[in-house]
Design a protein around this ligand. Structure first.
Ligand code: GLN
Ligand code: ZN
Length: 759
């Protein structure tokens, strides 16, 4: 019978046990042993869980105390010199110093840079390498975890990040070629593979997720060199794992590499099966990633079973393994824990455990078990019935989408005309000042929100608390002299959740945690039905805030792309359709805000860039509907109504045309950490609309010196028209405390006054 396997399992624990253990250790409350015990207990529990769910082979070394890319760097001794003294004291402290920085015992080290793992919301630590870098096998984590799994009676497959992806995901501090380090790295990998074989591993999984990206001839040469060497290393049989998309033009290369097995993603790219089967050399194993590791939906047997039958007909049972499409790191652990979910919704969902259970049923059905076949038929019938349930299709939403015309993506006049109308309506001084939306979320606010949720604080009292907070924020902004005010977003726990909770078509889980980085997790909302807005979402707060002041009050919304990007999205509609539905709901909110007299409305799109597809060829298609969605949300308002947008963590060079096509009247962007370099793209493009390049970094409690901000603003004024420039911080202030917020904003306004005098 075909084996059921798994590329990786969530690490954090159902109740975020790893988070608790890590944070207790970091605070110095518990010794290292307590943390390591907790980690070992989680591994044991997760192996057993996967096994009980029906996995024949469980992954090991997929666990990490912080991040698997960091693990790989440390394993092969790619430790930058500045951390070595901490490593000399304690390897665990050294590891966490690389992950989170280290300020103790005379050390003051910043952490490695963090960036997104492909197109997921998981962040990895970027290894720092340099020309002439040496590598050595400097640890035994993969071996130890393999032995640990075996001692518990499991058949385990060690997981390693492959050498080429490891290098491609790293950066060199001296700008030298990363792949030039391959020959230095391979002996360390080879030694590890030998040791794994000696320890009894029959297979090893080498992840090369970069195979889902555009790879050039040099990259291809690196894969060839790497796998020629590793296949000869005397290690276990190699399962080369690709995921997050189709192999595409990398397929011929991959089929040619001397690996004993190949894992492919057939959830995102089912269409590649025929080509893969044709290319797969005789004798190779195919690990078929048929169950979606990136989403929370049950698979559709009507689609999945034919794929598997086809593969089995060509390969036979022994050469076909069943697996999720990628590591299950990106989904929550166990749907069983979601006792409060509507059973009708729950029936269509699957978390990590349920995904392995599904694979078991598929394997049994392929093996001819009638019961399993019946179960799959029942699953498909259930999904078909679910598709008919109320809310999945909302006729009003469908009708609106159907009538969507290019007209709806337009403002009434071009920017130049709007600019004049807005100048008249808003009467702002030159170099207007504003903030990005949120003000510090105090402990009292968080407590009040929790009490309100728990039913311990009634709506009226909670509302009064929020109004009191809004009043405080408004008075403060007036007192320090900001020009365009905000209400401070005290009613929001999270910029997506707040809106999702008020929209039809969204649901929220209780324990649906997914690791974002280290001990940090997010609980993404789930979009299951057509998105519609039953009632206004922000009008109450914006109206109240505007009633307190004569200055313009900025309405504050989360944009359609960000609402989509930070949620689990239904898989029965194209993402672009769901995005347009959200855009229509937001459009209604924009119009309602305008109708009650809100003259400035900001639609945040911090996730626009991270939605970019992995392959360049797919960028234009994505950008077209992403921009269109923003324009639907902002379209149709009066010329005098000023639309802002905000983006952070972005690099703009290669998306500037799309950003310009959004045609927001004002865009605020994060620039202070890059010393305004991110502005270059706008300057080169001759971006005509208003821009607020952030003048100070809100991610740090440090209050910037006035001269620093002035220098940045002078830089900006040098390249922008004075009439274009806005003055604002980099991002929202919700994670900051009041004292530093007050000091920094006062200082920012002093800069504005000085610059105005210079104009
Ligand atoms: N308006 C949001 C805030 O100020 C924007 C947050 C973000 O860009 N991530 O908090
Ligand atoms: Zn931001």
């Amino acid at each position: 019978m075909s084996l059921v396997t798994c590329l990786g399992f969530p690490r954090i624990g159902l109740k975020r046990e790893l988070k608790r253990a890590l944070e207790a250790h970091w605070q110095g409350d518990t010794p290292a042993e307590a943390l390591l015990d907790a980690a070992r207990a989680l591994r044991a529990r997760h192996w057993q869980l996967a096994r009980d769910a029906g996995a024949d082979v469980v992954p090991c070394n997929d666990f990490s105390l912080y991040d698997h890319v960091l693990d790989t760097a440390v394993l092969f001794d790619a430790i930058p010199g500045r951390y070595r003294p901490v490593f000399a004291e304690s390897r665990l402290d050294g590891y966490f110093a690389m992950a989170r920085g280290h300020k103790r015992g005379g050390h003051d080290l910043h952490a490695l840079e963090m960036t997104k793992w492909f197109d997921t919301n998981y962040h990895y630590l970027v290894p720092e390498l340099h020309a002439g870098q040496r590598f050595a096998l400097a640890g035994d984590k993969p071996l130890a975890e393999f032995r640990e799994a075996r001692a518990l009676g499991h058949r385990a497959r060690p997981v390693l990040l492959g050498p080429v992806s490891f290098l491609l995901l790293s950066k060199t501090v001296d700008g030298s070629d990363r792949l030039a380090l391959l020959d230095a790295l391979l002996p360390a990998y080879a030694e590890l593979l030998r040791k794994l074989a000696e320890a009894g591993a029959d297979w090893v999984q080498l992840d090369e997720p970069c195979l889902a990206l555009d790879q050039d001839a040099e990259d291809h040469a690196a894969y060839r060199r790497a796998y020629a060497t590793l296949a000869e290393a005397g290690g276990p049989k190699i399962l080369l794992a690709s995921y997050f998309g189709a192999l595409g033009d990398n397929l011929a290369l991959v089929a040619d590499l001397p690996a004993a097995g190949l894992h492919v993603d057939l959830a995102r790219a089912p269409q590649q099966l025929d080509a893969v089967l044709d290319a797969l050399p005789d004798g190779r194993v195919l690990s078929a990633g048929v169950v979606d590791g990136r989403n929370v939906w049950r698979s559709r047997p009507g689609r999945t079973l034919p794929l598997l039958r086809k593969a089995r007909a060509r390969l036979g049972d022994a050469r076909l393994w069943l697996a999720p499409s990628c590591s299950l790191l990106h989904v929550p652990i166990d749907l069983e824990a979601e006792t409060a979910l509507d059973p009708a919704r729950r029936a269509g969902m699957a978390f990590a455990r349920q995904k392995i259970e599904e694979l078991r049923v598929y394997a049994d059905a392929l093996g001819g078990q009638a019961e399993a076949e019946a179960a799959l038929q029942a699953q498909q019938a259930l999904l078909d019935r679910q598709a008919q349930q109320a809310g999945v299709r909302n006729p009003a939403v469908r009708a609106r989408l159907h009538e969507l015309s290019p007209q709806m993506t337009l403002r009434r006049s071009p920017y130049a005309t709007r600019r004049t109308a807005q100048a008249e309506a808003l009467a702002l001084p030159p170099l207007p000042t504003t903030t990005i939306g949120s003000f510090p979320q105090t402990d009292e606010l968080r407590k009040a929100r929790a009490a309100h949720r728990g039913g311990k604080l009634d709506d009226a009292t909670y509302g009064q608390r929020l109004e009191a907070e809004i009043e405080r924020v408004v008075r403060f902004q007036e007192e320090i002299g900001l020009d365009v005010l905000v209400h401070g977003e005290p009613e929001r726990n999270d910029m997506v959740e707040y809106f999702g909770e008020q929209l039809d078509g969204y649901l929220f889980t209780r324990l649906g945690w997914v690791q974002s980085y280290g001990s940090r997790c997010v609980k993404p909302p789930v979009i299951w039905g057509d998105v519609a807005r039953p009632a206004p979402m922000t009008v109450r707060w914006s109206t109240f805030a505007q009633s307190l002041t004569d200055k313009p009050m900025k309405g504050m919304l989360t944009g359609p792309v960000t609402m989509l990007q930070w949620s689990f999205v239904r898989d029965d509609l194209p993402r672009e359709t769901v995005c347009r539905q959200i855009a229509l709901a937001l459009r209604d909110e924009v119009h309602d805000l305008e109708a009650v007299g809100i003259k400035v409305i900001q639609i945040d799109e911090p996730a626009l860039r991270e939605g970019l597809p992995l392959r360049r060829a797919d960028w234009p298609g994505y950008l077209a509907w992403a921009v269109e969605s923003f324009r639907i949300a902002a379209g149709g308002v009066r010329d005098a109504t000023q639309i802002h947008t905000h983006m952070c963590y972005s690099e703009f060079n290669d998306i500037i045309e799309a950003v310009a096509a959004m045609d927001a009247d004002v865009i605020s962007i994060e620039t202070s950490r890059s010393r305004m370099e991110l502005l270059d793209a706008f300057v080169r493009f001759r971006y005509p609309n208003g821009i607020g390049p952030g003048v100070y970094d809100i991610h740090s409690p440090r209050v910037p010196a006035q001269e620093e901000m002035l220098a940045l603003l002078h830089k900006a004024l040098h390249v922008l028209q004075p009439g274009q420039l806005w003055i604002n911080p980099d991002c929202g202030l919700k994670t900051r405390g009041w004292p530093e917020t007050e000091a920094a904003l006062r200082s920012m306004l002093a800069c504005a006054r000085q610059l105005r005098a210079e104009l």
